[in-house]
Design a binder for this molecule. Structure first.
Ligand SMILES: Cc1cc2nc3c(=O)[nH]c(=O)nc-3n(C[C@H](O)[C@H](O)[C@H](O)COP(=O)(O)O)c2cc1C
Length: 386
């Protein structure tokens, strides 16, 4: 039995959060880095089990989506664990899956600091991180060192890996850059998320245009299928050679499902094209949404930060994300992961009601702590029971 979600919530928001938000001179990125390195230390089974007992009062409601078994329907959104170092901690904090990254083909530093801002009165963040990450090869090595391979359950939850474009790579060469990441990371991923919706890499969002998206997705889906049949051949030949990067016998069967993450700022017409392209190319599902370029819904106290470049997340995104998830669910049979402005368990239920099969948290986790994942799990389980 875990702590009741309400107690966890109060403990975090009244005791832990004020300390966290004030530490490091209030620099959100510095405290983030410290917490991730703390969580990265949570590697062994013992501490993970203890965390699980404390936090995961309700294990959540399981679901099978895109052929993957999720122990609960609430996951960690991309961007929180960019280098995958804390991969073993997320199940213990109440999550049913974790989307790591975004990872790019080459290592890169991201934008200059400061690049993330807290808009406290609005329960929001603005970020322009710009895909700071150690590159696909380093992230693959991190996951290999923790024995995290597709389908082997080593992380205690399904692992998604978000891939994006290296900044210095021309848009014209983007497909090759994404392919590099896919090849290196697919052995460690239960699904791959193709990020074409971050506002912080120049030109990236133009990869949502039908022509560009079609080329990118078709190539990635084809590569994923080719690798799966190579792996199957390898295993049917017993100890036959495996393609490089497939050292584990535990990888799941079949191609790695490829999800596509979209921006909340698309028009319905653009979204129609994205969905048609996803279906035609054989994508496994849609993740809606990334951060927004809009600045609506900010509290007066945060107006001075409205001009900071970057993507806005958190409470101001709640309504738009719900609208987009509803639209996507109504216009495609593909599975949908809903993300954007989930600040309470009710917000998560509203995204499920709008048609999401799974949901993800980022900003709500920063403001609400692990109690939010626990509360979503509890409500989701409760609603399932008659
Ligand atoms: C600081 C920060 C970094 C992020 N980095 C990424 C990223 O690397 N890749 C990605 O797909 N989304 C990234 N996101 C977007 C989140 O995954 C999520 O889609 C968005 O924040 C909306 O959800 P939220 O309102 O719950 O935060 C980032 C968000 C924040 C706040």
């Amino acid at each position: 039995m875990g702590l009741p979600a309400g107690l966890l919530d109060a403990g975090y928001t009244r005791l832990v959060r004020p300390v966290l938000f004030r530490s490091h001179g209030g620099d959100p990125e510095a405290i983030h880095e410290q917490l991730i390195s703390l969580l990265a230390g949570v590697g062994s089974a013992g501490p993970v089990r203890a965390l699980t007992r404390l936090v995961a009062g309700s294990a959540g409601r399981s679901a099978r989506v895109a052929g993957i078994d999720f122990p609960s329907r609430v996951g960690l959104a991309a961007g929180l664990d960019k280098d995958a170092s804390a991969v073993l901690a997320w199940r213990g904090l109440g999550f049913g899956f974790a989307e790591l990254g975004t990872v790019t083909g080459r290592a890169q530093p991201g934008n200059d600091r400061p690049r993330v801002f807290r808009l406290r009165a609005s329960r929001a963040l603005v970020n322009r991180m710009g895909f700071n990450n150690p590159g696909a090869a380093a992230v693959a090595a991190t996951l290999a060192a923790r024995n995290v391979y597709r389908g082997n359950g080593a992380a205690g939850l399904p692992v998604g890996i978000s891939i994006g474009k290296t900044k210095v790579v021309d848009l014209a060469d983007a497909v090759e850059d994404y392919l590099t990441s896919l090849r290196l990371l697919a052995p460690h991923a239960d699904y791959v998320a193709v990020n074409v919706s971050s506002p912080n890499t120049p030109g990236l969002r133009s990869l949502q245009d039908a022509g560009a998206l079609s080329g990118l997705l078709t190539t990635l889906v084809r590569e994923s299928a080719a690798r799966a049949s190579l792996a199957a051949e390898g295993s049917s030949q017993g100890a036959g050679p495996r393609p490089e990067g497939w050292p584990s016998a535990g990888e799941g069967a079949g191609p790695v499902p490829v999800f596509v993450k979209v921006a909340p700022d698309l028009t319905w017409g653009q979204l129609d094209e994205v969905l048609a392209t996803c279906e035609d190319a054989g994508a496994a599902g849609v993740i809606a949404t990334n951060t927004t370029l809009a600045r609506e819904g900010l509290a007066p106290a945060d107006q001075h930060l409205a001009g900071e470049a970057g993507g806005l997340s958190g409470a101001p995104l709640t309504a738009r994300a719900r609208e987009v998830v509803g639209y996507v669910a109504a216009h495609t049979a593909l599975p949908v992961m809903g993300v954007g402005g989930i600040m309470t368990a009710d917000d998560a239920m509203a995204l499920f009601d709008a048609g999401a099969d799974l949901v993800q948290l980022y900003t709500g986790f920063i403001y609400g702590g692990p109690g939010l994942a626990a509360a979503v799990n509890a409500r989701d389980t409760e609603r399932q029971e008659p």
